[in-house]
Design a protein around this ligand. Sequence first.
Ligand SMILES: [Zn+2]
Length: 96
Amino acid sequence: MKIRKTAVHPPACGCNNCHRDDGSLPLDQADAPTVARMICGTIRNLTGRDLQVVVTATLGRASGDVTADRIEVRDGDRTWDVTDHLDSALSFDPPF
Ligand SMILES: [Zn+2]
């Protein structure tokens, strides 16, 4: 059975919820798929901090389409490359 966390808590959090398989997870133990699910909204960001999302994208010369090449989430010195875990976000319509 796959374990599904529901929220990410601050780094090194040791609350009771972080000890349950179906509970939360401290940010320092979160992997890229987990962080990607925070962006998608299926896991709540209860880390108590704002996480920086850095998108490197290409504007196509002919099509005008904007395609995300790389998406990283940063928290201080820690970086998660969530590019391969955000299938639906890798192609998006420009807002104009
Ligand atoms: Zn916790």
